[in-house]
Design a protein around this ligand. Structure first.
Ligand code: GLP
Length: 244
């Protein structure tokens, strides 16, 4: 769907999430959410915080799994996705800390593979993802699944694309400070979610949105894999949709 602007679109996504949480609450079940970082979902989180504070939306039954984290990364660093999620969402709602999962950027290299398997198993153990939010990088990455990622890939350590590191350089005060690696849920992990929403705003994303939606399905643009799934919706503002 294409919306007039990102503010309206972000509210729509927040209301959808709120509906899922509430319908699960009525059934006495947990809502399992896959969350993303970056500038794109910030207003969705703002709206969820508002729904919590002003309309009493509770997150007590919510379990979250974040898509990715830089590697290496200390959780208290300003650029960590732990910090991002705390500041933009978790510090302002009533979610239980032990229901929050974000890939650990502090692991020893030799422990990563096992950790990633356990991350997948934790998602399965709570019944799988009900809802997954995605942004898109200019390389066509979802999570940090860069070009070359396989459609059945699982959670793993990946190497970041040069363009991705350039795009992140402002946060890190120079590309040379951006980690070269990250831990990310795989395309296969994302695909298991029962509902997936990819959001994109602004003209800057228009060329990659055109490729993702209309381009040939290929590992060169990992987001094109989303064309294969029926549970995916693209939520765009007019600018991001302007090359479709
Ligand atoms: C990062 C994140 C992605 C995100 C992308 C786009 O690379 N790992 O999950 O989708 O950036 O970021 P932004 O929303 O800031 O454009």
């Amino acid at each position: 769907s294409v919306y007039e602007d990102e503010h309206i679109a972000s509210k729509k996504v927040a209301y959808r999430i709120s509906d899922i949480i509430k319908s699960k609450q009525r059934r006495g079940e947990n809502a399992v959410l896959g969350l993303a970082t970056g500038a794109t979902p910030v207003e969705v989180y703002e709206e969820l915080v508002r729904l919590h504070k002003e309309e009493g939306l509770s997150f007590k039954n919510v379990i979250t799994f974040n898509l990715d984290e830089y590697y290496p990364m200390q959780p208290e660093a300003q650029q960590s996705y732990v910090k991002f999620m705390d500041e933009n969402l978790f510090n302002h709602i009533d979610i239980r800390r032990d229901n929050i999962h974000i890939p650990d950027g502090t692991l020893k290299k030799e422990d990563i593979a096992e950790y990633c398997l356990a991350y997948e198993q934790k998602i399965s153990a709570v019944g799988g993802l009900d809802f997954q939010i995605l942004g898109i990088g200019r390389t066509g990455h979802i999570g940090f699944n860069e070009p070359g990622s396989a459609p059945n890939s699982g959670t793993r350590l990946v190497t970041l694309d040069d363009l991705t590191r350039r795009d992140a350089s402002r946060d890190f005060g120079g590309k040379e400070n951006v980690p070269t690696k990250a831990i990310t849920m795989g395309i296969g992990t994302i695909f298991k979610a029962r509902e997936i929403i990819l959001m994109a705003w602004s003209k800057k994303k228009a060329p990659i949105i055109r490729k993702a939606v209309e381009g040939e399905i290929s590992s060169n643009v990992p987001a094109t894999y989303l064309q294969l799934s029926e549970n995916v919706e693209f939520i765009l503002d007019k600018d991001a949709a302007s090359e479709l």
